[in-house]
Design a binder for this molecule. Structure first.
Ligand SMILES: *Cc1c(COP(=O)(O)O)cnc(C)c1O
Length: 332
């Protein structure tokens, strides 16, 4: 456990790594930590992009706070300064940026906006471990070691990283029944400990993480170079290629997505949608009033994730690109 926490500190540049049970708990513990420190309160608004995985939003509502959903930028499919501005107008006290698909969703403009308003910045880095600039942009970041993530355990696992000693202490206590020393409970905490067996599994895989992320970059860059089809929009790449670890490679197929996915399936190419139903359209949130989120809605209708894990070789990528280039919606 200590070895993994030290590795997290070295890898992210944050001063403290705290292993916890999973990514959702990591996000929740960060928000609960700010609550016990008196820096956030129940009912506070937290900006979060509408196209994120539901865990980001669940963490906010489970901490008794209010998710301020905003549209992502269409090009990056991630939170932008415009989203933060919209959220500030709605009274936000914090921002949860999500490095969705592995792309770091933070820049100078977002940072100065958030800082000038005194917003607390939380990063959902569940999909972005090892991305340059992720896990250090904010005040605290949540990591997931779920098996499908870029650094996966054999079961659930997660971590909080932060350079704030008070928050690190609060999170560590909250995750362990709220106790700061043995049988001494300062908070009504939870049990969100990381299983030491999972910590050992993760640790064994850490030496390969930079190379594993580089393999994903190679696949992503090859897809983008080879895919040429007017019906398919390839994803935008960041200027600094190290700022993306390609947890997913997500194309957009604006007019023929269902046909496209059926065509891929007919050609033995798996595909998926991350995520088909955005959090605000889930039944669990149907009692709440949400703003219009046109970009979020449009992305949910157009996105398709292509295979990019280590199970997909570079030759597979070449084959899949060739198959995609022959997709002809008019011929269907
Ligand atoms: C996976 C994921 C989470 C939650 O992590 P778990 O370890 O599965 O709880 C949170 N946010 C995002 C963006 C994720 O992809």
């Amino acid at each position: 456990m200590e070895a993994l926490e030290r590795w997290l500190e070295i890898t992210t540049g944050a001063h403290y790594g705290v292993g916890v049970s999973n990514g959702l708990d990591a996000l929740r513990l960060i928000l609960e930590g700010y609550k016990v420190l008196g820096r956030l309160r129940e009912g506070d608004g937290v900006i979060v992009p509408g196209n994120t995985y539901i865990a980001s939003v669940l963490a906010i509502s489970q901490a008794g706070m209010h998710p301020i959903l905003v549209d992502p930028a269409p090009l990056t499919m991630n939170l932008s300064a415009a989203g933060i501005t919209a959220g500030i107008k709605r009274g936000a006290k914090a921002v949860m940026t999500v490095h969705l698909y592995g792309r770091v969703a933070w820049d100078e403009e977002m940072n100065s906006l958030a800082r000038s308003q005194g917003l607390i910045v939380v990063e959902d880095a569940a999909q972005a471990i090892g991305a340059k600039g992720g896990c250090i942009a904010g005040d605290a970041a949540a990591i997931s070691f779920y098996p499908t993530k870029n650094l996966g355990a054999l079961g659930d696992g997660g971590a909080v990283v932060t350079s704030d000693p008070e928050l690190a202490k609060a999170v560590r206590a909250l995750a362990n029944y709220g106790s700061d020393s043995r049988y001494h409970n300062i908070y009504t905490g939870m049990n969100c400990r990381l299983d030491p067996i999972q910590a050992a599994m993760i640790m064994a895989k850490t030496p390969d993480l930079p190379a594993a992320n580089e393999r994903r970059r190679e696949r992503a860059e090859l897809y983008t170079r080879l895919i040429e089809n007017d019906a398919v929009i390839t994803p935008n790449h960041p200027d600094d290629r190290l700022c993306h670890v390609w947890h997913q490679y997500v194309v957009r197929v604006p007019r023929h997505r269902n046909d496209f996915r059926l065509y891929l399936a007919d050609n033995s190419v798996g595909s998926d949608i991350h995520y088909a139903v955005p959090p605000h359209r889930q039944p669990c949130y149907s009692h709440m009033v949400w703003p219009d989120l046109p970009v979020t809605g449009q992305l949910a209708d157009e996105i398709v994730s292509l295979p990019i894990s280590d199970c997909t070789t570079l030759d597979d990528v070449r084959d899949i690109a060739a198959i995609i280039n022959q997709f002809d919606p008019k011929a269907l």
